[in-house]
Ligand binder design. Sequence first.
Ligand code: NAD
Length: 421
Amino acid sequence: MTTEQVAASINPWTVAQRQFDLAADRLNLDPGLRRVLREPRRELTVHFPVKMDDGSVQVFTGYRVQHNVGRGPAKGGIRYHQDVTLDDVKALAMWMTWKCAVVGIPFGGGKGGVVVDPKKLSRRELEGLTRRFATEIEVLIGPERDIPAPDVNTNAQVMAWMMDTFSMHQGYTVPGVVTGKPVGLGGSEGRNEATARGTVYCVAEAARHLGLDLRSSRVVIQGFGNAGSIAASLIAREGARVVGVSDSVGGIFAPEGLDIDRVLKWKAEHGTVRGFPGATAISNAQLLELECDVLIPAALENQITTANADRIKARVVAEAANGPTTPDADELLHSRGIFLIPDVLCNAGGVTVSYFEWVQDLNRDHWSEEIVNAKLHEIMVRAFDETVAMAAKEDVNMRTAAYLLAVDRVASATALRGLYP
Ligand code: NAD
């Protein structure tokens, strides 16, 4: 099987439950608590109509899942993708629960998705789909209940439409119902860059931990959207050489380093990084196996599996994406001495600044980007240090260490609240 076929054959929900089981075993978790935390609390599937530009009516399928709301409202993005499944959304919701607990912010885990390729929709169709989907999931969402945010193929504009739709139904403006909004609508400074910035903070900490000089390191990034392209810009600004990047069309490689500002311009003009002058075209599978110091998967799940883990050449793997590495591949990377910064830590900058945005919305406040970035840095460095300390204490890899911290925090909160009724 090719790397792509292996990726497609792995169910992220099975992966998420296996990762949880590893931590639950190690924590000797109470069997009742384990049964509770192993399943999502709520799963909503909706089928909803959208009027298309040609006058036809199409029916789309969407999901909203809340894995756990013990430590606060559910929090998690909305993904628009043609291949998204309920199991993908369940896995992503569970990962959100652990992520919020790793960085210690008072949210539970949720996620949403619509089965659609948004690139095939006009702007008007995209708005119609977003407003109707927001209406359908309104039974679950709200600033005290469940707060969506952007994910793959959704952005600040989509969040603005969701906020407006929810507010229209309430009869007043409710900025705190979603995060990742435009700054002029109650969005936070620094939110757009937050996921990538948190990843780069983690990479800098990992470099310090391993005695690696970031300024002379080579970086490869899979995915060139919100997380990947901004990580490329920020890490290049730190002096690192970004030698390869990719998107859904394919990758480009330049051993002397890519000029990221020019690649961004090229992508804006041509819709893909492919064809960038002076770079060699490579496949996404080849990109992952490039000789480099830091590999940042920033696209989709199941990219590093048993099919390619023994050929990954990076010293550090920094998971900006959710679920890019399977549990078997985790073991292989760990046994080869590759330092992996797990998704629940590495991409937690996004939800952390979403939390800042929500706090600002509830208080009708607005913080400067300096304040946002300083608070983000403090939280990411603390979470990184706690995870490294746990990995050393328990002699486990970084993912299991992050899970030990997170699952214990969520389990303790659940036990303290007790079982209702
Ligand atoms: P995005 O839609 O902005 O970008 C996704 C990128 O991945 C695009 O460049 C796309 O072309 C590329 N891509 C898609 N399929 C690919 C494939 N098969 N191979 C290579 N590249 C492919 O999405 P994003 O918000 O940057 O999300 C990327 C990852 O980061 C996801 O796993 C998401 O869950 C995670 N994440 C995002 C945020 C956030 O705040 N946006 C926060 C935490 C985690």
